[in-house]
Design a binder for this molecule. Structure first.
Ligand code: FCB
Length: 473
């Protein structure tokens, strides 16, 4: 099963969203201004862009194994070369700096740092991130490393991976090893990226690495990631003595009944518990949702809730769309995705375009989770944009998508949400997991043959947003 592919028969074709891709004239009035000091930037992840999968002693990751398994990734694509960011990072940092970005969330590849997942550190692997951090700082872009974005060392997978409790301590050891090397220059750290997606798609439906299936495996992976996150937060807090700002990144998206119909409400509530609350509730309230009691009961040990409930200095929130749920006897939790309301536009991923869901998410964090400082850590869209005869990529649909979501974020800010920053997904067209290179999310086009980078119209538009600290009409 491919990830979050929606039935979108009811959705209209994309296209109507197209906006003028031209650079906005400086005189255009700003309709939505963001607070002074608002953080602007972008996010990427190691396996999706780095390539160089055997360079400098890097060990294999579960995504190397998975992508080389026939039938798992569209067109048999792998991250072997990806965007070759490992060698072209200077050019990529220059692209960020030229757009005026103030922050860059990238992920550190655990198998570069600890090829066997545990034990000795591979200094040559860490050297890459050392160079990257220096290049960013020289260019005025603040590094926001994320310690895990899905590329678990295969050696750890061979020992049970996220289904093994012992991984919590190993993750904390790895986190401390990275922080000791980069922590003199890095302030903001993210622990995990979307543990729920790793659990659901990697360990539940099997559409992502490591390709395991089943509800029990899914919940084990979820709980052990929560434990790992809490253990690493404690270890870094102790090691850093207060100088680091620690956070984590969750995908938070409203789960709503298909058609708003009462008979779908139970499915939506259960999926909400799995997708959203199983990450948020233990972190902020120290307990899992009641609906998952039977699932987590066998996994919970004394002290686990306290380990997981840790203060965070900031919360990263990834948002793409609402999730329309209905009963599905074949679904992992007896629920499944259904169509969005008729007329809803969809992206090339088949994901509904629903900026209003972002406002809801931010207000819910305000009301139910104590209004933590939030950085929107991912938001963006795949479209089938192509270069015109002159090589320019006029991706008006992406501009319209980003604009609508920025306005939705701004609407939440106006109602007291604690939104501090915005990191667009993503800088470069890259390896989109099970979709391979078929889905382009970048502000910058990457030619698959030459790897040449071409900023799209959306890149220039975003640079204008940053320069004005706001969105024009
Ligand atoms: C998120 C992932 C990111 C990317 C976007 C499109 O779920 O964190 O790596 O694939 O979706």
């Amino acid at each position: 099963m491919r990830r979050r592919t929606f039935l979108s028969a009811a959705a209209t074709a994309v296209g109507a969203l197209a906006a003028s891709p031209r650079r906005l004239p400086a005189a255009e009035p700003v309709t939505a201004r963001f607070p002074d000091g608002f953080l602007w930037g972008c996010s990427t992840s190691a396996y999706q862009i780095e390539g160089a999968v055997t360079a400098d002693g890097r060990g294999a990751s579960v995504w190397d194994t998975f992508s080389r398994t026939p039938g798992k990734v569209r067109d048999g694509d792998t991250g072997d070369v990806a965007c070759d960011h490992y060698h072209r990072y200077r050019e990529d940092v220059a692209l960020m700096a030229r757009a005026g970005m103030g922050a860059y969330r990238f992920s550190v590849a655990w198998p570069r740092v600890m090829p066997d997942g545990a034990g000795p550190v591979n200094a040559a692997g860490l050297d890459f991130y050392d160079r990257l951090v220096d290049a960013l700082l020289e260019s005025g872009v603040e590094p926001w490393p994320c310690l895990f974005h899905w590329d678990l060392p295969q050696a750890l997978q061979d020992r049970g991976g996220w289904t093994d409790r012992a991984i919590a301590g190993r993750f904390a050891d790895y986190a401390v090893a990275v922080a000791r090397r980069l922590g003199d220059r890095v302030t903001h750290w993210a622990m995990l990226n979307e543990p729920g997606v790793v659990a659901i798609f990697g360990h539940g439906t099997g559409g992502h690495a490591p390709g395991l299936t089943g509800r029990a495996t899914c919940m084990a992976a979820l709980h052990h990631q929560n434990l790992a996150q809490g253990t690493a937060l404690q270890a870094l807090r102790a090691a850093g003595g207060g100088r680091w700002r620690l956070g984590t990144v969750l995908c938070v998206q409203p789960s709503v009944p298909v058609g708003g119909r009462p008979e779908n409400a139970g499915a939506a509530a259960l999926w909400d518990a799995v997708w959203n609350r199983a990450g948020l509730d233990p972190l902020f309230h120290g307990r899992y949702p009641d609906l998952l009691e039977a699932d987590v009961g066998p996994l919970l040990r004394a002290g686990d809730p306290e380990t997981i409930r840790q203060p965070v200095d900031w919360l990263g929130v990834n948002y793409y769309s609402r999730m329309h749920q209905q009963p599905d006897p074949g679904g992992l939790f007896g629920t499944g995705y259904g169509p969005p309301p008729p007329g809803t536009q969809v992206t090339a991923m088949g994901w509904p375009v629903e900026p209003g869901g972002l406002t809801e998410v931010l207000l819910e964090l305000r009301d139910r989770y104590g209004n933590p400082p939030v950085v929107l850590a991912e938001n963006g869209a795949a479209y089938d944009d192509r270069p015109g005869p002159d090589g320019a990529v006029e991706d008006g649909e992406r501009i319209a998508f980003l604009r609508a979501h920025l306005l939705a974020g701004h609407a939440a800010l106006a109602q007291g949400a604690n939104l501090r920053g915005w990191l667009v997904w993503t800088l470069l067209d890259n390896f989109e997991w099970a979709e391979g290179y078929a889905r382009r999310f970048g502000l910058v086009r990457v030619d698959r043959d030459t790897l040449e980078r071409t900023p799209k119209a959306s890149y220039h538009w975003y640079a204008d947003v940053i320069r004005r600290n706001g969105v024009a009409a």
